[in-house]
Structures are given as C-alpha cells and as structure tokens.
Design a binder for this molecule. Sequence first.
Ligand SMILES: [Zn+2]
Length: 221
Amino acid sequence: MQQPRWTRWIVSALLCASSAGCAGLAASAPVVPVTEWPTVDPLVDLATDRRLILRPAYASDQNFVGEVLYPVPRVLMRQSAFDALCRVQDRLDALDLRLVVWDAYRPHHVQRRMWELVPDPDFVANPARGSRHNRGMAVDVTLARLDGTELTMPTAYDAFTPRARANTPIQEDDVRANRDLLIATMASQGFTVLRTEWWHFDAAGWQDAAVLDVALEEFGR
Ligand SMILES: [Zn+2]
C-alpha cells in the first residue's frame, strides 16, 4: 500500500538527519553562510553542458514538502564539482547514457525554509550547521537513455526506504546493475555516494567548501 506523502517524508528526514544526507547536517561546528558569490571555485550553471538532463525537483511542487522551493529551475555547482560531473558524462557517452540531475547547490535560505516547514530536530536538520548541498559540492543524480527515459533504480528520488541504501541487496539484476553503474562511474571521478541514498553524491573536497547563501535567481546578474 502506498504510504502517505507525509509518512514517507518523516522516514526520509530521519534518515537524512542521522546520515548527514540531503537535508542533513555537515559534520562540523555551526556555520555562518557566505552571502557573496565565491570567486574561488565559483558556482557554474550545469546547463552549459547540454548533455546533462536537468530536472530540478525543488523548482516544482513535486518534492517532499509539496511546495516550490526554488524560484527558477536553475542548477548550479562549484566549478570543480561540475568538471568532475562532466567527466562522468564523458564516460557515460560511450554507453549511450546521460546523467539526470535532480538537485545540486541549494541556497542556505532554502534550508531554513525546510526548517520552517518542519521545525523538529528529530525529523529535519537544523540549518545552523548547513547541509552538504549548501556547499555546492553535492549532487542528486540518476541515469537515463539518450531519449531521456530514466533507467529503473531501486527507488524513486524521494522514496526513502531501506531499499534506498546504496549497498542494499537488490534482487533484480538489471536494477542492481543500473545502480551500481551509477555509483561506480561517479566514484571514478571522485564522487562519494551517501550510504543511505543511492542518488546522493559528494564531490571530492566537499568538506572544505563554505556553506553559501546566494540566491539562484541572482545568478549571472
Ligand atoms: Zn542529496
């Protein structure tokens, strides 16, 4: 039976809070977000590589809060992480596959909005510490065929269940192969998968990147 959206999200938040995941905490002291655009390892628009398929979940209401959190469907990452992601796509080109990106840089004020919606530390991380996505070094991705059809993975993007764990046994050979291909190809370019979320990856050096609070809609102005 399909679980109610709220119930599914509570499970999600618990996993993220315990694993420092998508909405979770970075393992560090409380941070003061940087409110100026970084000049070292700057944010860049993933749309500049037209091979990447951008489907930002938070730019619509089709996400765990059912609310539009990003005012523009813009997907940004730090230059170093973007370069690594393009090298992943280089490898996928040989397999006639493309990366689909659901989320990357998330402004810190969006993290605060998540906290406003569910201000319970048992279920959502306190934005005082920021999340990995706030640093511009994290990305949520899956694989698709050249026509954009997403490959079958163990779960949907927001279906946080034990089956979403990156190393959980998967009986279906094709599904397991799809997941493991994504993880291996991302790892080949320095990305580390989050153990509780097969779709979440952190670029090498993410711990050293500052938490940012610059608005997606201000990019390029
Ligand atoms: Zn994530």
